[in-house]
Write a protein that binds this ligand. Structure first.
Ligand SMILES: Cc1cc2nc3c(=O)[nH]c(=O)nc-3n(C[C@H](O)[C@H](O)[C@H](O)COP(=O)(O)OP(=O)(O)OC[C@H]3O[C@@H](n4cnc5c(N)ncnc54)[C@H](O)[C@@H]3O)c2cc1C
Length: 497
């Protein structure tokens, strides 16, 4: 007689519960529901969409476009146009445009849409009361699997007096009632730099205070310095190697006292202080410690399959503290779906995760930069092409920037950085090349349309390959086989094409 084994199947309310309705949570919710899992999505704010839609990517890129147009309007002569009188910016109108773009995208992230997909959406602040159950608005909801996708918030440093001084973060900056006359930006990461340039272009006097010796510290110094030079030329004032000593509310103005790299104490006055000094994971008061989920200030501790220390609780997005970008959150959401719902084990791999700082010119990266290669002790070579040698770039009035292709000893691409117009779009070709293991010779021989900025991708690969093609060895071989007669003009040797 067969032994019948009793299987106890716990009866949870849901198959998949998700905390956080931003890029990561929405990816998991839509996938999970469409795959047939009974799905609960919990969002703390009053609308879905998360930071990217409401206080991040969407408003910042909308503002950046407005600032770019205004910047072009101020200098029509650069394009051979007559000078025009440019009126001051009415920030309320700018803020309205920002809100209208958000509202348009919001429809895509609406509660109704997710309900149609099959997910139940609840609003409120949830906390775990055991490993499978949360409490929300006085009710209990249990789920077999959970995903924490609660995002991150601006880090507020313990600066003397800052707690008593009004300041803003990315949550308030897009809905200011008027354009500030002056702004002191604490930090010089991507958010700080994008906002510093945009507000400076709109007419605000901007100061940027940075602890270290360069802005955009993850980037190679030469690229970051060039971004800084552009912003400095436009009027942004930078203090590098500077520490913030204190902040004080002076009424209409706020005072920030800094110690410069040269040891001088300086008092800066600004109408507004923007704090952009990194991000903290949103993990407060969720009862995670009590249920044995490990985390620190940077974020949840996860393995490469994005499981927390409780294997049925996954994490994705900014809350892991890893790569804090919307596309990373979406990617991680997909990894969670694969592991948790499809049961196809998949590990997160960030080797070729691209990122972009939307300064003008943009700075885009994929793979390792020189800093990363040096830190990893990898021998590398760098191949460079300048935008001033790209015909389309000149026609567009864009001369700043370059592409850097970094190759390892075996001449395989380690990474690419592009500083230049539309760098964020240009890096996409490298996303396909590097993820697809496409040979540089394929890129160099593929016909690109002329005149386009994208030709710079082909050109940098060609520059590297042409050294081999036009080598003395090849020349000698061709001369020997086909009786070529050699140089028709003087000089000892030519420049590589
Ligand atoms: C100014 C700015 C500009 C940016 N620009 C870009 C850019 O151009 N490109 C890019 O790729 N990235 C950009 N980012 C980063 C991007 O916004 C984030 O990486 C992305 O939003 C992360 O998605 P997420 O789902 O992890 O978190 P979020 O989008 O923040 O979503 C988390 C959600 O969880 C909710 N939540 C929090 N706590 C709880 C709780 N206890 N219970 C339930 N819900 C909770 C929050 O309300 C939020 O809606 C920018 C960020 C900022 C601040």
């Amino acid at each position: 007689m067969r032994n019948l084994k009793e299987v106890v199947v716990a009866n949870y309310d849901f198959d998949m519960g998700i905390l956080g309705g931003g890029a990561a949570g929405l990816t998991i919710a839509s996938g999970s529901a469409q795959l047939g899992a009974k799905t609960l999505l919990v969002e703390k704010d009053k609308e879905l969409g998360g930071d990217c839609l409401h206080f991040g990517c969407v408003p910042s890129k909308t503002l950046i476009k407005t600032a770019h147009v205004y910047h072009l309007m101020k200098y029509p002569e650069r394009f051979g146009l007559p000078p025009t009188e440019v009126k001051p910016v009415d920030f309320q109108k700018v803020a309205r445009r920002i809100q209208s773009v958000i509202a348009t995208i919001q429809k895509h992230d609406s509660e109704e849409r997710f309900c149609k997909l099959g997910a139940r959406v609840e609003f409120g602040t949830a906390n775990f009361i055991d490993e499978h159950t949360i409490q929300l608005n006085g009710k209990k909801y249990s789920s077999k699997i959970w995903a924490i996708a609660t995002g991150s918030s601006p880090s507020i440093p313990p600066i003397e007096g800052l707690d008593k001084t009004p300041y803003i973060t990315n949550r308030e900056i897009y809905s200011l009632k008027q354009l500030p006359k002056s702004m002191i930006v604490l930090g010089a990461g991507p958010i700080a730099i994008e906002m510093a340039q945009a507000f400076c272009r709109l007419g605000t006097k901007v100061f940027v205070i940075q602890r270290s010796e360069q802005i955009l510290t993850k980037e190679d110094k030469d690229m970051a310095d060039e971004v800084m030079n552009v912003l400095s030329d436009e009027g942004v004032i930078f203090y590098l190697n500077a520490s913030v000593i204190s902040a004080k509310d002076m009424g209409d103005e706020k005072e920030v006292v800094i110690k410069t790299g040269q040891g001088k104490t300086i008092s800066l006055r600004g109408e507004i202080i923007l704090v952009a000094m990194g991000r903290d994971a949103n993990l407060e008061e969720m009862g995670l410690k009590e249920i044995g989920v490990e985390f620190d200030r940077r974020g949840l501790k996860v393995d490469r399959r994005l499981r927390t220390s409780q294997k049925h609780i996954f994490a994705a997005g900014d809350v892991t503290g890893e790569y804090q970008f919307t596309h990373a959150a979406g990617y991680e959401g997909g990894i969670v779906l694969s592991n948790a719902i499809i049961h196809l084990p998949r590990k997160a791999d960030y080797t070729f995760l691209p990122w972009v700082t939307y300064s003008d010119p943009e700075l885009a990266s994929i793979g390792m930069n020189e800093k990363g290669a040096k830190a990893a002790g990898i021998k590398y070579s760098v191949w460079v092409e300048e935008f001033k040698d790209n015909d389309r770039s000149l026609a567009e009035g864009e001369q700043v920037g370059r592409i850097k292709l970094i190759l390892d000893e075996k001449e395989k691409p380690l990474g690419v950085q592009i500083l230049g117009p539309r760098a964020g779009d240009l890096v996409s070709e490298w996303v396909a090349i590097m993820n697809g293991g496409v040979k540089l010779s394929t890129l160099a021989s593929a016909v690109h349309p002329y005149p386009t900025l994208g030709e710079i991708n082909k050109k940098v690969a060609g520059t590297f390959l042409s050294r081999k093609l036009f080598s003395e060895k090849v020349r000698k071989g061709l001369k020997f086989f086909f009786h070529l007669k050699g140089r028709a003009c003087g000089g000892s040797g030519g420049e590589l094409i």
